[in-house]
Design a binder for this molecule. Structure first.
Ligand code: ATP
Ligand code: MG
Length: 580
C-alpha cells in the first residue's frame, strides 16, 4: 500500500491548538490525526483512523483468540431495559437521553450490560449452551462532566465491551482470568507501560475487579505502588496493614485535662507538650470525624469515624467504602441539631452514648492509647485506651494513604504515581441476571441463575494513551504495531531523478507487503523532515543528495539513529527493520 502525501487529506499545524494541555492532544491535532467538532467529539482524519483501526485489530484478534464472539448493538437504545435496572435514573446526567418523533424515550448507550443480558436470555435456555462470552467494539456515549484532553476523555468514544455468562462462580473466575490474560497480551502488543491495580479492597472476594492503568504523569487516576514488590493498587483499594493488638493492663488510666483553646490537633499537641512532661505528636491523637450517610431507601444518619490525628479522612476512599450509600459532610445545622457534638472536642463517649455508629481506622487496635476530645469545650482526655475505655462498632479503612506508608504486602513502602485507565475487568455476579431473570435450565430441569462478568477496553482512548507514552518534543513516535505506515519515504528534493527514485522505492517496498507513506510533495526538505518527525512513522527512508553516489539514508524515529545504506540493499534492509 502506498499513501502519497501529495494527495493525502492531511494538513499539519506548526502551532499547538489553544485548548490542548497534554502532549498527546497537542500532537494528534498538530499531526493531523484528529479534529475537534464539539467538546469531547472528534473527527478521525485518515492517519488517525489508520491507528485506531490497527488498535482495534489487535483487540479483536486477542478477543477472538480465547473464544469471545463479536456482535454489534445499536448505540440508540430504548429506555425500558435501563429502567428495569434503574440505570435510566441512576446513571444521572452522564446519560444522553432523547425522544423519538412519537415521544418515546431513548438513550445513547454508555455501556451495554442490559442489552447483552437480554440478548443471551432471548437465544439461550439450556445449561448446555453455557458458558458464552460476547463482545462488541462500538461507539459509546457519555455526557462527561469534564471532557478532557481530546480523545482521552470523549463524550463519544470507541470501547470494546465484553460480557461473560457462566453457570457457576468457578466458571466466572475462569472467564475473568481469560479476559485478564487477553488484556495483558493486548497491552503488551501495543507496547504500553501499565500496571494492574485492584479496584476494590477485596472485601467482596479477592480480584472481583481490577483496572489496567497506563502509567502517565498526565493521568487522572492516582495509584500507589510498592518500592520493592509488584504491589499496585488504586488509592481506594489500599488495605491498611493492621498492627498487632497490645496489652491493656500496663496502660495508665484515662485522665481528662483542661486544654483551653485547643480546637485543632496542632493547638492540642502544642498545649500538651508545653504543659505535661510527655512528648505527643499528632499521631497520638484520635480525630473523630462526623459525616452523614444515606443508604438507599433510608434516611440520612450520622456516622462517626475515628482516625489518627495526623491523617485526614480521604473522601474518595470513604465514598468507595460506603458505596452504594451516599455520604456528605456535616453542616452547621446538623451540629445545631445534635448538641452533644462539641465541635473541636468530640470524643467516643458522647458519640456512642447517643447511638451514633462509630467506626475506627484499622490502626486503632486494642490496647492503643489516644488523646481525644472529652465532649466538653476546652477539654481533652489522655490515655483513652481502645478495648478498655471505648470499643468501636467496627473498622473503616478510609484515612488518607501517604507515600512512605508500609506496602500492604509487607514489602517496601508505597509511592504515588499517576495513570490513565485503559481497561477494566469486573466480576458482576448475578445483578443483571437477577434483574432480567436470566436462568439456564439445569440437567435436573431446575433453573440455574447465570453469573456475569463485564470487561472494557477504551479503544479510542488508547490512541491518545500510546501517543502520551510515546512522543518527543518534535512529534509522535508510533510503536510498529499501530503505526499508520511502516516506512515514511521522504524525497528530499524536487528534481525528477529523486522523485522517480522515491516512487520506485515505494513500489518495491509495497510489493514486499510494507505500508508506505511517500512524501512526494513539492515542499522543501526542511518542511518534509519536520512533518516526518511530527507524524511519527517509526522508520524514515530519506532519498536525497547521497543518491548520486548510490546511497540512501534510513532513520529510526525513536532513537534518531541514521544509517547510510547502498541503494541496492535498501529494500531488503527496510524489510528486515520492519519485521524485526
Ligand atoms: P473513567 O474512570 O476513566 O471515567 P470508567 O470507569 O468510566 O473510566 P468503564 O466504564 O469501565 O470506565 O469503561 C471501560 C473503558 O472505557 C475504560 O477503562 C476507559 O479506557 C474507557 N473510557 C471510559 N470513559 C471514557 C471516555 N469518556 N472517553 C474515552 N474512553 C473512555
Ligand atoms: Mg467514567
Amino acid at each position: 500500500m502506498i499513501t502519497r502525501m501529495s494527495s493525502l487529506f492531511l494538513r499539519t499545524l506548526r502551532e499547538d491548538p489553544a485548548d490542548a494541555e497534554v502532549p498527546s492532544h497537542k500532537l494528534l491535532v498538530r499531526a493531523g490525526y484528529v479534529r475537534r467538532v464539539a467538546p469531547g467529539g472528534y473527527t478521525w482524519l485518515p492517519l488517525g483512523l489508520k491507528v485506531l483501526r490497527n488498535i482495534e485489530a489487535v483487540v479483536r484478534e486477542e478477543m477472538d483468540a480465547f473464544g469471545a464472539q463479536e456482535i454489534q448493538f445499536p448505540a440508540l437504545l430504548p429506555k425500558e431495559p435501563y429502567e428495569a435496572t434503574n440505570r435510566w435514573e441512576e446513571y444521572g446526567p452522564n446519560l444522553f437521553r432523547l425522544k423519538d418523533r412519537k415521544g418515546a424515550d431513548y438513550l445513547l448507550g454508555p455501556t451495554h450490560e442490559e442489552m447483552f443480558t437480554l440478548t443471551v436470555k432471548g437465544e439461550y435456555s439450556s445449561y448446555k449452551d453455557y458458558p458464552v462470552t460476547l463482545y462488541q467494539i462500538q461507539t459509546k456515549y457519555r455526557d462527561e462532566a469534564r471532557p478532557r484532553a481530546g480523545i482521552l476523555r470523549g463524550r463519544e468514544f470507541l470501547m470494546k465491551d465484553s460480557y461473560s455468562f457462566d453457570l457457576t462462580d468457578e466458571g466466572l473466575s475462569q472467564s475473568y482470568k481469560d479476559h485478564r490474560d487477553a488484556y495483558i497480551r493486548i497491552f503488551d502488543r501495543l507496547g504500553l507501560e501499565y500496571v494492574i491495580v485492584s479496584a476494590t479492597s477485596g472485601a467482596m472476594g479477592g480480584s472481583a475487579s481490577e483496572e489496567f492503568l497506563a502509567v502517565a504523569e498526565t493521568g487522572e487516576d492516582t495509584f500507589v505502588r510498592s518500592t520493592e514488590s509488584g504491589y499496585a493498587a488504586n488509592v481506594e483499594a489500599v488495605a491498611t496493614p493492621v498492627p498487632p493488638a497490645q496489652s491493656i493492663d500496663d496502660k495508665p488510666a484515662a485522665q481528662v485535662h483542661h486544654t483551653p483553646n485547643t480546637p485543632t490537633i496542632e493547638t492540642l499537641v502544642d498545649f500538651l507538650n508545653a504543659n505535661t512532661d510527655r512528648k505527643f505528636t499528632a499521631a497520638d491523637t484520635l480525630k473523630n470525624v462526623l459525616v452523614k450517610v444515606k443508604h438507599p431507601g433510608k434516611d440520612w444518619e450520622l456516622l462517626a469515624i475515628a482516625v489518627p490525628g495526623d491523617r485526614e479522612v480521604d473522601f474518595k476512599r470513604l465514598e468507595a467504602a460506603l458505596e452504594p450509600a451516599e455520604v456528605a459532610m456535616l453542616e452547621a445545622a446538623d451540629f445545631a441539631k445534635n448538641s452533644f457534638l462539641v465541635k473541636g472536642y468530640i470524643g467516643p463517649g458522647a458519640i456512642q452514648a447517643n447511638g451514633v455508629r462509630f467506626l475506627a481506622d484499622p490502626r486503632i487496635v486494642t490496647g492503643t492509647a489516644w488523646v481525644t476530645g472529652a465532649d466538653k469545650a476546652d477539654h481533652h482526655v489522655v490515655d483513652l485506651v481502645a478495648g478498655r475505655d471505648f470499643t468501636p462498632d467496627g473498622v473503616i479503612d478510609v484515612a488518607e494513604v501517604r507515600e512512605g506508608d508500609a506496602s500492604p504486602d509487607g514489602k517496601g513502602v508505597l509511592v504515588a504515581a499517576r495513570g490513565i485507565e485503559i481497561g477494566h475487568i469486573f466480576q458482576l455476579g448475578r445483578k443483571y441476571a437477577d434483574a432480567f431473570s436470566l436462568d439456564a435450565l439445569g440437567p435436573d430441569s431446575k433453573p440455574v441463575r447465570i453469573t456475569m462478568g463485564s470487561y472494557g477496553v477504551g479503544v479510542s482512548r488508547l490512541v491518545a494513551v500510546i501517543a502520551e507514552q510515546s512522543h518527543d518534543d518534535r512529534g509522535l513516535i508510533w510503536p510498529r504495531n499501530v503505526a499508520p505506515a511502516d516506512v515514511h519515504v521522504v524525497v528530499a528534493g524536487k528534481d525528477e531523478t529523486l522523485m522517480g527514485a522515491g516512487e520506485d522505492f515505494a513500489k518495491q517496498l509495497s510489493a514486499k507487503g510494507l505500508k508506505v507513506l511517500l512524501d512526494d510533495r513539492k515542499a522543501s526538505p526542511g518542511v518534509k523532515f519536520a512533518d516526518a518527525e511530527l507524524v511519527g512513522i517509526p522508520t524514515i527512508l530519506v532519498i536525497g543528495r547521497g543518491l548520486k553516489d548510490g546511497t540512501v539514508e534510513v532513520k529510526d524515529r525513536r532513537s534518531g539513529e541514521r544509517a547510510e545504506v547502498p541503494v541496492a540493499e535498501a529494500v531488503e534492509h527496510l524489510v528486515q527493520v520492519v519485521n524485526s
